[in-house]
Design a protein around this ligand. Structure first.
Ligand code: HEM
Length: 292
């Protein structure tokens, strides 16, 4: 093997005129049969433009090795019998992403103050471009996410997916469920109209009836003797920063475990017995090594 071929072309010693060592820019031996590369060649430039995103991805991948995780996730083996019920987790994830994106746009126009909150919501609904649409998506999307998370939990429960070795993923799921309910509860107060005000009073009082931590929890949520400006600020901070951050981190851990452990086969497949079991005498013989 020629040593030159091991060195990347741009780093090779430039060739003498007429010699050509394969490096870019080397003078060709015969200008008629091998004309020099023209930088204005539009086809080549177009080809390069098409390859540019691939090159950029390869550049990132060389530095992060992220494609290993992505291909592992996208091309992972799933058990026989996997069906539409297995899409409920991804559907919940999609609902969360929609909530996150619409929430960012709502936050650009919403004011968390007792005197301006309702007016800012009216402004979003009536004057902001696509405001009613984005607000509607966020409002109905919250119910969709709650419904989907319960359906997903039901699927994992009825398919026995909470059993060994997936108990930790079930526990993470339970925390995700509590956090999703917290999102729905804290978001409900934000428009600060009569309905949201009194619903939050009832919700905080219900929390207060919980054993041991209940009264502390309701005091923490109310953030003062009465529901008011401090409550609204606290609910907004919980709704915007605290809980979404925790949800994102936990979804990351949840999906990591899904990829690592794989998903559970449907129970009706697991219950099937092998068509022909080997006789016990043969199994004993192979266990003792006397069948060789
Ligand atoms: C934000 C909420 C959640 C998201 C985005 C989410 C996402 C997912 C996804 C994408 C999967 C892959 C398989 C599938 O879709 O069924 C999965 C699996 C799983 N999830 Fe969730 N999940 C959430 C909440 C929950 C909850 C509330 C529970 C239960 C309390 C739970 C327990 C599980 C378990 C045990 C598995 C493994 C399933 C199996 O092995 O077949 N998840 N989750």
């Amino acid at each position: 093997m020629k040593l030159d071929s091991l060195i990347p072309a741009p780093l090779r010693k430039p060739a003498k005129p007429g010699e050509g060592n394969g490096a870019k820019g080397a003078a060709p031996a015969d200008l008629k049969t091998a004309p020099p590369e023209r930088p204005t060649d539009t086809k080549k430039l177009a080809d390069r433009a098409v390859e540019a995103p691939v090159d950029a991805l390869a550049w990132v991948d060389q530095r992060t090795a992220a494609s290993g995780f992505l291909t592992g996730m996208l091309f992972r083996k799933v058990p026989k019998g996997t069906n539409w019920f297995y899409t409920l987790g991804s559907a919940t994830l999609f609902a969360f992403i929609v909530q996150a994106i619409t929430g960012v746009f709502l936050a650009m126009f919403y004011t968390p103050s007792t005197t301006q909150a309702y007016a800012s919501i009216s402004h979003i609904n009536n004057e902001v471009f696509l405001g009613a649409f984005v607000h509607g998506l966020h409002k109905w999307g919250s119910s969709v996410m709650v419904i989907l998370i319960f359906l997903h939990m039901g699927r994992t429960f009825f398919f026995g997916a909470y059993k060994y070795p997936r108990e930790l993923n079930w526990v993470i799921g339970v925390v995700l469920l509590i956090l999703t309910m917290t999102m729905a509860f804290t978001g409900y107060l934000l428009p600060f109209d009569q309905r949201s005000f009194w619903a939050s009073v009832v919700g905080i009082n219900i929390n207060g009836t919980g054993p041991v931590v209940g009264p502390y929890l309701s005091d923490f949520l109310r953030a003062g003797p009465e529901l008011g400006a401090t409550t609204l600020s606290r609910f907004y901070a919980i709704h915007m920063l605290l809980v979404p951050g925790a949800i994102i981190a936990l979804i990351g851990a949840h999906l990591y475990l899904v990829v690592k452990l794989g998903t559970t086969a449907p129970p009706w497949l697991k219950a099937k017995k092998p068509k022909a079991a080997a006789p016990v005498s043969q199994l004993n013989a192979s266990a003792n090594g006397s069948d060789k």
